[in-house]
Design a binder for this molecule. Sequence first.
Ligand SMILES: *Cc1c(COP(=O)(O)O)cnc(C)c1O
Length: 391
Amino acid sequence: MITAQMPTYALYDVAFESGEGVYLKATDGRRFIDFGSGIAVVALGHAHPRLVQALTEQAGKLWHVSNLYHIPVQERLAQRLVDNTFADCVFFCNSGAEAVEAGLKIMRRYHQENGRPDRYRVVTCTNSFHGRTLTTVAASRNEKHMQGFAPMPDGFDQVPLGNLNELRAAITDRTAGIIVEPVQGEGGIHVAGDGYLRALRDAADEFGVLLMFDEVQTGVGRTGKLFAYEWSGVEPDVMSVAKGLGGGFPVGACLANEKAGGAMAPGSHGSTFGGNPLAMSVADAVIDELLKPGFLDHVDKMAGYLRGKLEDAVAAHPKVLKEVRGKGLLMGVECHVTNSDVVNGLFDRNVLVVPAGGNVVRFIPPLIVEESHIDEVVAALNEVCAGMEAD
Ligand SMILES: *Cc1c(COP(=O)(O)O)cnc(C)c1O
């Protein structure tokens, strides 16, 4: 018999009742350390006092009015994102897939507005992940995610990440834009090199197409900069953001420069919930915390510490673990053994991590993580590996 919850998820045998910082308390009393952050979402950890305050204060005043009216906190957050990024304008929505979808629509409409409606195709990368709507599944072209949902929406051409020749060859006079994750998250923590990103920018300019970065996972401090593109110095025309932006409250955003965003007009796109006062108050508080002096330095420092410890673990267990990849606190360890065995081994030791494609185990703790937490998790990882070597 079917469960009341539609059977779309394979669940771990646990439920949580409360959280504080990097720790979660399960309903059966177990205490877990959370290095998955609800898939890179709870950037400030669980029950951050400032976010609890922002949410409850706003909840007592006003939740929702729709985008038919001015929403001052939405205008303020948009301005802060504009002030702190390449972008000139922001569209708010509720999830990563919606943020990507908005960006894809912007790329098409930009060319339509410029008299080139034939330019509608978007170049994407293999092993990418852009969401689970029909169009974002078509963009990522992951076989597992497409299964049963044919036919896929048209308009995507895929090339391997990092191969510039293939990318340039894929750009035709039908191309509207390119979409790339600065670090592929779900696909297995593949870092797009700075040189590659720079070459993407050059190719986009040369061929007159738009460049979009999907920073749904890499954004909002995850890599030690507010957004990962800052490491490369390469600015996109369009950027999708979500996951960490609400610190656990569902919110997404599509950022664009004036050239791209200027293609949109009243009525061209919209969302009932997007940017409502409740979501905006929480996201505004998240950005407050991230912009505090020293916050991103802390992320950077913890990232270096985590990477060092994971590299030590790989060196100590070369039969189990293969290599460390990633940027900031978006770190992956590729395994020789099956990644889910490592994830399950850690789960049995009350440590939460998340698998990724390419047999990778992802370590994506809240950005407020401390060295002692990293020590705790890596000690558990070493135990799991030692156990596997003994088998
Ligand atoms: C998670 C993710 C998405 C999809 O976000 P949802 O909120 O699940 O729709 C899109 N792009 C990237 C890079 C992601 O990591």
